[in-house]
Write a protein that binds this ligand. Sequence first.
Ligand SMILES: OC[C@H]1O[C@H](O[C@H]2O[C@H](CO)[C@@H](O)[C@H](O)[C@H]2O)[C@H](O)[C@@H](O)[C@@H]1O
Ligand SMILES: [Ca+2]
Length: 533
Amino acid sequence: MSDKPWYQEAVFFELNIRAYRDSNGDGIGDFRGAIDKLDYIRSLGVDCIWVQPMYPSPLKDDGYDVADYTGILPDFGTLDDFRAFLDAAHARGLRVVTDLVMNHCSEEHAWFQAARQDRHSPYRDYFVWSDTPEKYSGARIIFLDVEPSNWTYDEVAGQYFWHRFYASQPDLNYENPAVHEEMLNVLRFWLDMGIDGFRADAVPYLYEREGTNSENLPETHEFLKKVRRLVDEEYPGRVIIAEANQWPEDLLPYFGDGDEFHVCFHFPIMPRLFMALKSGDKTPIIDILARTPPIPPGAQWMTFLRNHDELTLEMVTPEERQWMWEQYAPDPRMRLNMGIRRRLTPLLDNDKRRWLALNALFLSLPGTPILYYGDEIGMGENIWLDDRHGVRTPMQWSAATNAGFSEAEKTYQPVIDDAEYSYRHLNVAAQETDANSYLNWTRYLVAARQAQPALRAGTLAWVETGHAAVLAFRRAEGDNRVLCVFNLSDTARPSGIIPATTQTDLLSRDKRSFPAGEEIHLSPYECLWLLEN
Ligand SMILES: OC[C@H]1O[C@H](O[C@H]2O[C@H](CO)[C@@H](O)[C@H](O)[C@H]2O)[C@H](O)[C@@H](O)[C@@H]1O
Ligand SMILES: [Ca+2]
């Protein structure tokens, strides 16, 4: 047993309840349905589930517009259903973290309704108001394809209100201590119920200040440290994870001195994994990790390839963004705001060699990896759906009606049924029986990673290969050492690696070994995890 905190060595899984399994035939996934699929989730080898927003909501941003922080969206079930899900997950050794949306709520939240109707309501000051839309002009617009401004005039209130995301998501006013208390009580409500922590949404934007870009402000960090104190003092062992889409040097303060978040998503590494694979050049990966500062003991990065949002290109240069769009989003419908609204497998042209290389890379670099539902079977996307809905379609369980997701006549979004990614052939049931399927490769990769302490949370040292296309690094933990080697290009090439002793490749199921003293040659996109001890 390792003495590291659990989240440093875990593998996470991002779950959209709406998309997973419909138990009552209304076409919408729910907690009862998800309970039936927990054994499947466990079978992937993951340790913790991140449940996306499950709160009552008008769903103008898929639940990231919360109308009641201590309830459950009726479509998903009841609080008792949520408790049953939590207990069933825990019974299987799976932890559960939920989404905590602190920056904003829904325009339908009772606080906003009271605030807009009465200037003297105690809730008026829960939000950020202005008589003009000029304040805080240094703040960028995040949903820039849709929102012309971060201010929207509210006729009932007779003032403009501030919002960093959709106009249906008014920002909460963290200058008001009452908002702190409300939010801390929301944390207590769910932690008392037994959840294992939170993925905290959009944390850089809690405060605004004139003359700044209103991101990452010191007062934001002060409040977040308050959140951490609550967790440490009242709920030790639970985890808080920061979703802060920022450069590495701006991410570091989200760990504080080990007194803020336990875990931060590493946004900048993600597009660079795709860049390196497409260009056949490892430089972007090496450069961004060189730019990544050391983090406090007990802290951890979280890494991902895809999630429920667009593949964000906020943390690249304008030239790199343009290149990524050209390479990965040839159809304008694939682009959204500053990103690419596509699924993992179509981004890789359904090429299993590239899929394996990218997954093996992501699962062997430092950080706690998180898998996005459906990517483990290579699900496709629907670019004809608006916003980010095209990557949030029903899970494909079988070739039955509605992919075995629901018995309803109509599902919340159509199941994918195009030639290449149709549920009729691309589904869990079909892949269970195919040893070479995406699903069984996912299980194999996760298990192979989790069996090696070095890959779970060991140190990283680059290994020189003499080729831009061949990336190699050594992960080490005590006397457990794994040399990871990747050919990022579509041509065969010598690796520049000559093993000193015979080494076994953990990625080959027949435990292929490489003799001492002979240079290893790599086929296109080949990857190796060589066990050195
Ligand atoms: O709650 C509002 C949004 O918050 C998260 O957004 C993040 O995703 C954005 C791209 O869709 C990204 O640009 C931003 O920096 C992030 O905070 C959440 O993941 C979204 O689904 C949500 O709309
Ligand atoms: Ca349902």
